[in-house]
Design a protein around this ligand. Structure first.
Ligand code: AMP
Ligand code: MG
Length: 419
């Protein structure tokens, strides 16, 4: 093992620091935002906060169907007259006469003078009079959400940098935001390299394989919030690579797949070097993905172009994208939460005996809940190395084997990265 390779933790820290720096630069240069309709905002990153246009709720509301009352007057001993009825959508009624109750529906405004709502299930009714059922007590504030309890007019309810999901869409709608300001999606150039590759439409000749990384990386990029631009596959020649890299220079991020291990046709690093690239690392102590390259290429009048040279084996490409490239992409997309999210799970079966220590390993695995288990459990899927796409398609995560461990026993708590 070459001593100069960074550990997984060192490489991760370096990439995270780079991502953080790009977020800082973006906030200094002002956001590149566009406005999208609420219905199209799912998965986008907010560029401006969503602000409450009213108090939430904007009136004291009942959380139950029942009877509004003064808590001090309600008891199981005395029937009180029902003085009125308010449905959801009606204006606040009242004032509530002394020693009366007021029938009210969920979501309806509380009549002036009432300070609690008794659930309909908790009263006995005698024509137009009600009282609490035996042993039932009620106190001031029960089943009422006061005006402004959730938010006050002018509050920033969602901050810039948050990914818009169903809850954010609902909240924005409740604030009257029919359009949202979101960051422009970063443009990600995807360059696959290799003389052996043919496109998905073609029948591979002897020794050829279909280019599966191009559509896989496009899917990973789109999921992480980028706009994928798949460049034509480049042949393993210096000229082809240089031409392709030149075409990618106006992107926000460049992903190159293949051509970064130490093979004779691995021309990617020398090609990038001819563009004046700085290399932050050219290999890490991980498996799969050891030859991963990360750096940036200068360009006139613009911030440098970050690039990743992903190892060509499909599972290596996917793992290194999820672990490293996705961080930079999410940061470029404006996301504050750009770090990979690991779960904790219980290893259901011991890992492969062939494993050796010295590399942090990310093994394709299947994670889920068994009936009766309290935490998720995970088992590696049998595989024939990092080109085994059928095995990869049976996995839904990578399980992390720490660098110092050759094998992990069943029952070990492990970290899991969902795919
Ligand atoms: P490389 O990193 O270029 O040495 O490629 C490593 C392995 O991944 C080789 O077996 C390649 O044929 C395979 N490979 C490289 N690029 C792709 C791709 N775009 N799609 C599928 N397999 C690939
Ligand atoms: Mg290659």
């Amino acid at each position: 093992m070459s001593a100069e390779l960074l550990s997984y933790a060192e490489a991760d820290a370096l990439v995270a620091a780079f991502a953080r720096e790009r977020i800082r630069e973006r906030s200094e240069n002002g956001p590149a935002a566009e406005h999208v309709a609420l219905a199209d905002a799912e998965g986008r990153v907010l560029a401006e906060p969503v602000v409450a246009d009213q108090d939430q709720p904007s009136f004291a509301r009942s959380t139950r169907d029942g009877f509004a009352c003064r808590a001090a007057e309600a008891s199981a001993h005395e029937f009180l007259r029902v003085a009125g009825l308010t449905h959801a959508g009606e204006a606040p009624a009242g004032p509530l006469p002394a020693k009366t109750m007021w029938e009210i529906m969920t979501g309806a405004p509380i009549p002036e003078g009432a300070d609690a709502v008794v659930m309909i299930e908790h009263v006995e009714r005698d024509r137009d009079r009600v009282r609490l059922v035996p042993d039932r007590r009620i106190k001031s504030g029960d089943n009422i959400v006061e005006r402004g309890a959730q938010a006050q007019r002018g509050d920033a309810l969602i901050t810039a940098g948050v990914v818009v999901g169903p809850a954010q869409i609902a909240l924005a709608a409740s604030c009257g935001a029919a359009k949202l300001a979101v960051f422009r999606r970063p443009r990600v150039a995807i360059l696959t390299t290799g003389d052996e590759l043919v496109s998905v439409e073609q029948e591979p000749g002897p020794g050829q394989i279909r280019n599966s990384n191009a559509p896989m990386l496009a899917a990973l990029v789109a999921t992480a919030g980028g706009e994928p631009h798949v460049l034509p596959r480049a042949a393993d020649t210096a000229e082809a690579l240089e031409d392709a890299i030149r075409d990618a220079l106006d992107s926000d991020l460049l992903l190159i797949s293949g051509g970064v291990s130490a093979g004779k046709h691995d021309l990617v690093e020398p090609a990038l070097a001819r563009f004046g690239a700085t290399f932050h690392f050219t290999g890490i102590r991980i498996q799969p993905g050891k030859p991963l390259v990360f750096g940036e290429a200068p360009r006139a009048g613009r911030v440098s172009l970050p690039f990743f040279g992903l190892p060509g084996n499909p599972i290596s490409s996917a793992a290194t994208f999820l672990l490293f490239a996705s961080q930079v992409l999410k940061a470029l997309a404006g996301r504050e939460d750009f770090r990979p999210q690991f779960l904790v799970a219980l290893l259901a079966k011991e890992t492969d005996r062939k494993g050796k220590a010295g590399l942090t390993r990310f093994l394709p695995a299947c994670c889920g809940f068994d009936s009766g288990s309290e935490i998720p459990n995970v088992a590696t899927v049998p595989w024939h190395g990092s080109g085994d796409l059928p095995a990869f398609a049976r996995a839904n995560c990578f399980v992390v084997i720490p660098e110092e461990k050759a094998i992990l026993d069943a029952g070990t708590m492990v970290h899991v990265l969902m795919i």
